[in-house]
Design a protein around this ligand. Structure first.
Ligand code: SF4
Ligand code: SF4
Length: 174
């Protein structure tokens, strides 16, 4: 009988403790986010260094900065990147390697950021996209260079400072 009463009291006490927490949270201001209605706000407020999706920026002339060197592919621990190149003949009759397809598999990317860090041209960067749900994995395989795009012409610019005092520095290719 005594055990029964003890259990009854301790059970009721535990119930009251739980109800206390419930009532505290019931009267607190609501913090529920109205997703997906707040999608745009979420994207705008995303932190600067968030890695959502790898992209290759193009300019208004449909040009990118990728030389097809393959350094990003070599450094990717997951074989997520495939840099496919082809040979092209220039107007001077020289053959040159150019980017044909830059394939990226979002489904196997760990967002480690090694590829963007090692790229000598800064040709790839991150978008803050965070919604990647699809029904077929093949939809996560993306070609980052746009159809018909090409590498931006290299500019010849003057160096910031001459090499020797009073002398003129060599033009620098960027
Ligand atoms: S973020 Fe990491 S895993 Fe993803 S493509 Fe770049 S190097 Fe590969
Ligand atoms: S993205 Fe950068 S590292 Fe990768 S192939 Fe292009 S230029 Fe080379």
């Amino acid at each position: 009988m005594i055990t029964y009463i003890k259990d009854l009291v301790s059970g009721s006490w535990a119930l009251l403790k739980g109800m206390r927490i419930t009532m505290i949270n019931f009267w607190r201001p609501k913090v529920t986010e109205q997703y997906p209605e707040n999608r745009e706000t979420k994207l705008q407020n995303m932190c600067e260094r968030f890695r959502g999706e790898l992209v290759m920026p193009h300019n208004e002339k449909n040009e990118h900065k990728c030389t097809g060197c393959g350094i990003c592919q070599m450094n990717c621990p997951n074989h997520t990147i495939k840099v496919i190149t082809r040979q092209e003949t220039t107007e001077e009759g020289k053959t040159k390697k150019v980017l044909d397809k830059y394939m990226y598999d979002l489904g196997s990317c760990t967002f480690c950021g090694l590829c963007t860090q090692v790229c000598p041209q800064k040709a790839i960067s991150w978008l803050p996209n965070f919604e990647h749900a699809v029904f077929t994995r093949s939809k996560l395989e993306k070609q980052l260079n746009r159809p018909g795009s090409k590498m931006a012409e290299k500019k010849v610019v003057a160096p910031a400072a001459p090499k020797k005092e009073g002398g003129e520095g060599e033009p620098k290719v960027q």
